[in-house]
Write a new protein. Structure first.
Length: 318
């Protein structure tokens, strides 16, 4: 089944880590911490723990770097993106014998949505190029720093690079660095309590307040063979664009694992009729309705990458 999915350009979903946004307030402690600094940076991959209702701790990290300027004696960070998982970084040497330019990720728990890939010119030349993941080769030419992902028959994932026609071909002797999150998947959904294990900006830990904007969501287990068998043919007919109602259904179930069921109808079939819109009624796996943030995430993803420009998606509760 995996081999057939490859021919359809279908990449089965990996485990996915739970995510949410948090608000942070840091008040330096006089006498034991630096109170003179006027700005502090919360680094990417700063570690924190999320505790579920049973008292089980799961590792989380910040996904981006954020900087705050002191106000009224405190530093505040709003809507900081965090995701469940432990950061793993691996390096590979581009060897002339590796003619297919392929590198296996030796982990069954990798969240491939968190992959970060860069290529250093050589072991002595530290000039580095960041590569981006593509699943649509029509967007890639010989100058695009692209990498691609596929699942192998051993159920692990492999990244591979272009040939200077479809994507840049890294030079022999270059150093490939791959970072990603290893995740526990859906076990870390619905967590609201967080505490940092790393110091904020490398210096603050005494008075740190963390508030989740919403409980964690979006985590999922790895796609099963039966799910791949059902979804791969639908994905192939969609061709990575949302035009028909079946297109929307296939894309949403593939991209958003927290959605359990989808009903789609055009504005011309709505009551009252609203031309230029498509309506999506989505049933989540863990709650009765989607949160506002989940709805906005789905809408923006469809509009930005998949949607016909003249059609506006509208999400309604079941």
């Amino acid at each position: 089944m995996i081999s057939i999915a490859k021919l359809m350009n279908y990449v089965p979903r990996s485990k996915q880590g739970a995510t949410t946004k948090i608000n942070i307030q840091v008040t330096p402690a006089p006498g034991s911490e630096d109170t003179t600094a006027q700005a502090v940076t919360l680094d990417k991959y700063t570690k924190l723990l999320g505790t579920d209702i049973n008292g089980v701790n799961y590792p989380f990290v910040t996904l981006y770097s954020n900087t705050s300027v002191k106000s009224a004696g405190s530093f505040s960070f709003a809507n900081v993106n965090i995701k469940q998982g432990e950061v793993v970084t691996r390096q590979f040497l581009m060897d002339p014998q590796n003619t297919r330019r392929r590198f296996k990720i030796p982990s069954a728990n990798v969240d491939i949505t968190t992959l970060a890939v860069s290529v250093q010119e050589s072991t002595t030349n530290t000039y580095t190029t960041v590569y981006s993941q593509y699943d649509d080769i029509t967007l890639v030419d010989g100058s695009t720093p692209a990498y691609f992902v596929e699942e192998d028959v051993d159920l692990n994932y492999t990244i591979y690079f272009g040939d200077d026609i479809i994507g840049v071909k890294p030079k022999n002797g270059s150093v490939v660095t791959v970072s990603y999150l290893d995740t526990v998947g859906e076990l870390a959904n619905n967590i609201s309590k967080f505490s940092f294990t790393d110091k904020i900006g490398g210096k603050y830990s005494s008075n740190v307040s963390v508030t989740a904007t919403t409980p964690t969501y979006g985590a999922a287990k790895k796609e099963t063979v039966e799910e791949i068998r059902f979804r791969a043919p639908h994905h192939y007919t969609v061709q990575n664009r949302a035009v028909t109602s079946n297109d929307y259904e296939a894309l949403i179930l593939k991209d958003f694992p927290f959605v359990d069921g989808v009903s789609v109808w055009g504005g011309e079939d709505n009551d009252p009729v609203v031309y230029g819109k498509v309506y999506l009624s989505l049933k989540p796996k863990t709650n009765y309705i989607l949160t506002t943030k989940q709805k906005e995430e789905i809408k923006q993803t469809l509009i930005r990458t998949r949607n016909v420009m003249t059609i506006i998606p509208e999400i309604v509760d079941p």
